[in-house]
Design a protein around this ligand. Structure first.
Ligand code: SF4
Length: 361
């Protein structure tokens, strides 16, 4: 292995076992809906640029065609909405899109590992390069949280010898997060990529000399399992059920348990997905007095006009609408009021405690 992409290096850093399944054993990772949606949005952006398509009906047709051939059901409307955000359409035709690059990760070592990739979009101004990566993630993060833009900055500074501003655009919300890369940031990204690539090469060498794949590329359960397609296979490695400590006596034991739950939950999700496909074709699957089935859930949706009529009907029946209607979190979001403004109205926050996996602040 000589040429590495950012995603390959990132996979190795996050979970060596998942990396080995993908890139050494070449086992195809089952795709996830999030991945298919992200790829579809990028495809539409690229097709719109290459075919110079701007009209809405044409873009809609392209989005439907892309959704039609996607490996998992994705919503054409969602693809269209995300790919035609103002920040994307404004950029079409201005800068460089989907540029391929390949550079050495260590200029002093001609036989050293190389890095390749495609850059979503960048613009060259008089003073700097602005490199953009479109993201369909639900949760935004900062450019320095990963080394992706730092590595793009490495290539672009070599090509243009100008400062590079890295920009992540989160298409769901339109939120943009930027960072002006310093030479130290870029060197840190290069060092990480170089060390990770060398580590992979050394481990592959050890494997070829008779090493054990599971030991050289260990599974590292944790939050990374959330979208992993190998979880069902990987869960077979879990020893937690045999070694159950009962009551935890240390944070280390509790952490191991927490990590295993991530892996087992993901495996259960994938198993459910497979079972669902069976149920879709063959009907409900009984498990004792219950059964796995596709159940329709329904709720009333009130358009504005229906809401008005509901309010009038309540008044006719001497019911105070305020005893029925409430401002939901979604409604408050639309109003864009600050916490202070809400508190001044006399509202108060009612905290509830839920046990779940959350991001570390
Ligand atoms: S389930 Fe978790 S530990 Fe297993 S391969 Fe995937 S990411 Fe790694």
């Amino acid at each position: 292995m000589q040429v590495f992409s950012y995603s390959r290096l990132d996979k190795k850093s996050r979970c060596p076992w998942a990396f080995a399944q993908s890139y050494i054993l070449e086992k195809k990772e089952p795709v996830t809906e999030a991945l298919v949606l992200g790829k579809s949005v990028h495809t539409l952006i690229e097709m719109a640029r290459v075919l110079k398509v701007e009209r809405e009906e044409e873009l809609k047709f392209l989005a439907e065609s892309i959704a039609g051939v996607a490996s998992l059901p994705v919503n054409a409307e969602e693809i269209l909405t995300l790919a035609t955000r103002r920040k994307v359409t404004e950029s079409i035709g201005k800068g460089f899109t989907e540029e391929y690059f390949k550079i050495s990760l260590s200029p002093e070592d001609p036989f050293g590992p190389e890095l390749q990739g495609y850059i979503d979009y960048y613009e060259v101004t008089d003073t700097e390069i602005v490199v953009t990566d479109w993201k369909t993630n639900r949760l935004p993060y900062n450019p320095l949280d990963t080394h992706q833009l730092g590595l793009y900055a490495l290539y672009l500074t070599q090509k243009y010898n100008k400062p590079v501003c890295g920009r992540l655009v989160f298409l769901r919300t339109g939120e943009t997060r930027e960072h002006l890369y310093t030479p130290e940031d870029i060197e840190k990204a290069r060092r990480w990529a170089y060390d990770t690539a060398l580590d992979i090469q050394q481990k592959i060498y050890a494997l070829n000399c008779g090493g054990n794949l599971d030991e050289l590329f260990p599974a590292t359960p944790g939050d990374v399992c959330e979208y992993c397609g190998y979880a069902e296979e990987c869960a077979k490695l879990a020893d937690i059920l045999e070694d159950d400590p009962g009551e935890f006596v240390s944070m280390k034991e509790a952490e191991k348990y927490g990590r295993e739950i991530c892996r087992l939950e993901r495996a259960a999700d994938l198993m459910k997905e497979r079972l669902k496909q069976y149920v879709e074709k063959n009907g409900p699957v009984p498990v004792g007095k219950k059964q796995w089935d596709l159940v329709i859930s329904q709720y009333w949706k009130f358009p504005q006009e229906a809401m008005k009529k509901a309010e009038e009907k309540m008044k006719d029946q001497n019911i105070d609408p305020l005893t029925v209607f409430s401002l939901t979190a979604t409604g408050l979001k639309k109003l864009n009021w600050t916490d202070k403004e809400i508190a001044e109205l006399g509202a108060s926050i009612k905290p509830t405690k839920n046990f779940k996996l959350v991001s570390i602040k």
